[in-house]
Design a protein around this ligand. Structure first.
Ligand SMILES: Cc1ncc(COP(=O)(O)O)c(C=O)c1O
Length: 397
C-alpha cells in the first residue's frame, strides 16, 4: 500500500520545491524527495513525478485537454439542466449557507438511489464533488501497489494521473484493432484491479453487458472492477443490475454530462455497502468536504425529473446518428459511439490538421497526440443546427 504521499505532495507543491533527490526527479517519487544517498527507487516502476513542476504540469495538461466544445453550444437552452433544477436554484435560500452541508449527503443519496430504481439503496451510494473527486477516493481507497492496476491504453486520461498521485502502479492495455476493449488482454497477468469507462472515452465504444459479465466472472472476486459510466445515458446499458451478483463491482456516474450540470460538480459511486463505507472512511479521514448545500439540493431536484433528461438525451442520440451517417458519406471513419460525442477520422488528414482547420472556423474539437489515435478527432454532439453548421465546415476538408 502506498497511500502516504498526499500530504507530501501538497507540502512540496506549496513550498515550490522541486524534487531534491539525487535522481533529480527521474525516479519520479515524492517519497524520496529531499532524501540523500543512492536512489532508493532503482528497480521500481516509473510513475508521475509529483515535484512542484510536474504537479503544475499535471494541472495544465488537464486544462488543455478540456477545451470548450462548439462555440454555438455555449448558450444553448436545449442542453440546460432541467426546469426543476433551475427552480431549485431560484428558490434556494442563501441564508442556509451559514450552516455546513450534510456531510453524508443523505437526502441526495436517497434521491439518487430512488432514481436508480429497485435493488439500489442509499447505503450503496457515495456522492462527491464531481465524479473526478469520487474517482480520486476510489483510487486512494481501493487500489494498492501490490500489483498493477489495469486499464485500457485509450480511456479517460485522468486514470494515470490518479495513479501518479497515489503511487499506484498501472499497466495500459492496448485496445483491440477495432478500438473496442480487449477483455482477454485486460485479464492477462496479475492486477490489483481494473478500471475503464463504459462507454469508453474517447472512442465512444460500449462494452455490452454480457461481455462485461464474462469479464467479471473471470476476475478475482476480491479485487475491484470499476466501471466509469460517465456517458451511460447516451445509449449504453448500465451495469447496475450486476451489482447484486458482483460485490467487487463499483459503478461511477456523473451529473456533468447527461444531467447538464458540470458547473455544479456532482458525481457518485454505486457499490456494495461495504465498499461505500470504506470510501466514507477514507473521505472522513482525508478530506471531509462534502457536496455543498445548493448542489445537494439541485441534485435532488434533478433526480426527480428523469423524463426531461430522457428527452434531451434521446435528441442527442438521434443527432449523433444523423451526423455520423453524413460524415461516413463524406468518407470519414466513424467509430460506433454510445456517448455524447463521436470519434472520427478523416481519410487523409491527421487529427491535429482537422482540429486546426475547424478551429479557424470558430469551432473547437479535440485531437490527440498519442500515435495510435493521432488520426482521430473527438466531436461533441450538440443540437441538429450545431451539427449542420459543423458538417458544412467539415465538407470543405
Ligand atoms: C470518462 C469520464 N469519467 C469521469 C469524468 C469526470 O467528470 P466530472 O468530474 O465532471 O463528474 C469525465 C469527464 O470528462 C470522463 O470523461
Amino acid at each position: 500500500m502506498a497511500r502516504q504521499n498526499g500530504f507530501l505532495v501538497l507540502n512540496q507543491f506549496f513550498s515550490g520545491a522541486a524534487c531534491r533527490h539525487p535522481c533529480r526527479g527521474i525516479c519520479n517519487s515524492v517519497k524520496y524527495a529531499g532524501t540523500q544517498g543512492p536512489c532508493p527507487c532503482l528497480n521500481r516502476r516509473p510513475h508521475v513525478c509529483p515535484s512542484f513542476f510536474s504537479i503544475a504540469s499535471l494541472y495544465s495538461r488537464r486544462a488543455a485537454e478540456r477545451p470548450p466544445l462548439h462555440k454555438t453550444q455555449r448558450k444553448r437552452k436545449s442542453l440546460s439542466p432541467s426546469p426543476e433544477v433551475q427552480k431549485a436554484v431560484r428558490e434556494f435560500d442563501a441564508g442556509q449557507y451559514r450552516l455546513y452541508p450534510d456531510p453524508d449527503s443523505n437526502a441526495l443519496r436517497n434521491a439518487i438511489a430512488g432514481m436508480l430504481g429497485p435493488g439500489i439503496t442509499p447505503d450503496m451510494v457515495f456522492a462527491g464533488n464531481g465524479s473526478d473527486e469520487v474517482l480520486s477516493f476510489i483510487f486512494f481507497t481501493l487500489f494498492d501497489s501490490d500489483a498493477p492496476l489495469h486499464f485500457p491504453e485509450y480511456t479517460y486520461s485522468f486514470y494515470p494521473v490518479y495513479c501518479g498521485y497515489y503511487d499506484i502502479p498501472f499497466r495500459k492495455i492496448p485496445l483491440a484493432s477495432d478500438f473496442s476493449l480487449d477483455c482477454g488482454a485486460l485479464l492477462e497477468g496479475d492486477s490489483s484491479g481494473l478500471i475503464f469507462a463504459n462507454p469508453n472515452a474517447p472512442t465512444g465504444i460500449f462494452l455490452e453487458l454480457p461481455e462485461l459479465e464474462r469479464l467479471l466472472d473471470r476476475y478475482p472476486s476480491g479485487r475491484p472492477v470499476v466501471v466509469d459510466e460517465a456517458y451511460i445515458d447516451f445509449g449504453g446499458e448500465t451495469a447496475l443490475p450486476l451489482l447484486e451478483k458482483y460485490k467487487n463491482l463499483v459503478i461511477v456516474r456523473t451529473f456533468s454530462k447527461s444531467f447538464c450540470f458540470a458547473g455544479a460538480r456532482l458525481g457518485y459511486a454505486v457499490a456494495d455497502p461495504g465498499i461505500i463505507r470504506a470510501l466514507f472512511t477514507a473521505k472522513d479521514s482525508f478530506n471531509h468536504f462534502p457536496v455543498d448545500r445548493l448542489t445537494q439540493e439541485i441534485g435532488v431536484a434533478a433526480c426527480g425529473d428523469p423524463g426531461y433528461y430522457k428527452k434531451i438525451n434521446t435528441e442527442i442520440i438521434q443527432t449523433r446518428g444523423l451526423f455520423s451517417a453524413e460524415l461516413e458519406k463524406l468518407g470519414w471513419t466513424v467509430l460506433p459511439s454510445r456517448a455524447n460525442f463521436v470519434f472520427v477520422r478523416h481519410p487523409s488528414l491527421n487529427g491535429r490538421e482537422v482540429y486546426e482547420y475547424i478551429k479557424k472556423q470558430g469551432v473547437l474539437v479535440r485531437y490527440f497526440d498519442s500515435p495510435g489515435i493521432a488520426g482521430f478527432v473527438r466531436i461533441s454532439i450538440g443540437t441538429p443546427d450545431d451539427m449542420r453548421q459543423l458538417l458544412d465546415i467539415m465538407k470543405n476538408l
